[in-house]
Design a protein around this ligand. Structure first.
Ligand SMILES: NC(=O)c1ccc[n+]([C@@H]2O[C@H](COP(=O)([O-])OP(=O)(O)OC[C@H]3O[C@@H](n4cnc5c(N)ncnc54)[C@H](OP(=O)(O)O)[C@@H]3O)[C@@H](O)[C@H]2O)c1
Length: 313
């Protein structure tokens, strides 16, 4: 990306968007433009198209979304489907109409079938039923990928999409209501430590395998993809490494200093049994993650401690 060019980062206050803005600034990009959801609700198509037309950014990175864990996804499937579908469509269509040179749409590994062969290759998309607990979110993300693909094939737009694995990092959502597994564990263990609880019970069996990537590593990958990826299909972004939820819990306990016993509640849902992405395509472009889980979890916990108001929303 040209250093002087205008770049619109949608969702800049989120964990991913803020990491992308940090990475852009660190790389010397000065003309980064942003709007909060209060300033520009991306569900409003007319306002979104007018904003993109007026600002005429050269590049757009779409990191705005309604995001949440299993519980919130199950409770509000309509909101997850509608908001994500309409926000993505509005930004992609606004960019197409305004002649944006390149757009990156961020999805998620939940787009893949529940029982996709592991590690999950990009070609597994739409090859089987989705995991029921986040189907609505996944359908919206799949629609976003297809909008980018068809904008390219029908209109020649250089729009790409990237599918990250589970992410964590600074500015994560630590809410007990709608957060993802890792920040939820950090918060629960921190609070259990403060109370001196002898036991902490977590959802599921502890056996599912998951892959995690630090948002700052994802941001580096996004910058690289803007420069080096221009294909009609989406591309996976992950560490290529997996661990069980139990091992994750033990790592979080160590970082947080929780000394009680960790128990799992098998009556609660596990989600997909294993989710490891095939990252050979992005590795071939010359990218690999750099932040280890130990360092990353320590950093996320330090951010949580330093930002009590934001972290405990
Ligand atoms: N977190 C993960 O583990 C994970 C994993 C894989 C993929 N992803 C993808 O990464 C992207 C960003 O996720 P995240 O974790 O950074 O989410 P996040 O921290 O919840 O941030 C979401 C951002 O979206 C913006 N937003 C939400 N509704 C909006 C609306 N109606 N209009 C305008 N902006 C709106 C919010 O803006 P305001 O702050 O201004 O309200 C917020 O900055 C998503 O596409 C997600 O699917 C995330």
């Amino acid at each position: 990306m040209d250093l002087g060019a205008k770049i619109y980062v949608a969702g800049h206050r989120g964990m991913v968007g803020s990491a992308i803005v940090r990475a852009l600034r660190a790389a010397g990009h000065q003309a980064v433009i942003t709007r909060t959801s209060a300033e520009l609700d991306l569900r409003d198509g007319a306002a979104t198209r007018a904003f993109i037309a007026a600002e005429a950014p050269t590049y757009v990175i779409m990191a705005a979304a309604r995001v949440g864990g299993i519980k919130y996804n199950s409770l509000a499937p309509y909101d997850f489907l509608y908001d994500n579908l309409i926000m993505s469509a509005n930004v992609i269509e606004g960019a197409r109409l305004a002649g944006v040179r390149k757009l990156l749409f961020l999805g998620s590994s939940c787009i893949y079938p529940k029982l996709a062969p592991q590690p999950i290759h990009e070609d597994s998309l739409l090859s089987g039923p989705l995991e029921a607990t986040n189907e609505a979110y996944a359908v919206a993300k799949i629609a976003g990928i297809k909008l980018c693909t068809h904008a390219r094939t029908q209109y020649g737009c250089d729009f790409i999409s990237a599918m990250p694995c589970n992410l964590y990092g600074l500015g994560d959502n630590f809410s007990l209501e709608n957060s993802h597994v890792l920040p939820a564990m950090i918060r629960k263990m921190h609070e259990a430590k403060l109370r001196g609880d002898p036991v902490l019970r977590l959802w599921g069996t502890g056996t599912p395998l998951r892959e995690f990537l630090h948002a700052d590593d994802l941001a580096e990958a996004c910058l690289l993809l803007m420069d080096r990826y221009a294909e009609p299909g989406h591309i996976n972004v992950g560490s290529g490494e997996e661990l069980t939820i139990r091992a994750l819990a033990e790592g979080v306990a160590q970082a947080v200093g929780f000394q009680g016993r960790i128990e799992f509640d098998p009556a609660m849902p596990d989600g997909t049994p294993r989710k490891l992405m095939d990252v050979s395509r992005i590795r071939a472009l010359g990218w690999k993650h750099r932040i280890s889980m130990v360092d990353g979890i320590r950093g996320a916990y330090a951010w949580y401690l330093a930002n009590p108001a934001e972290a405990r929303r």
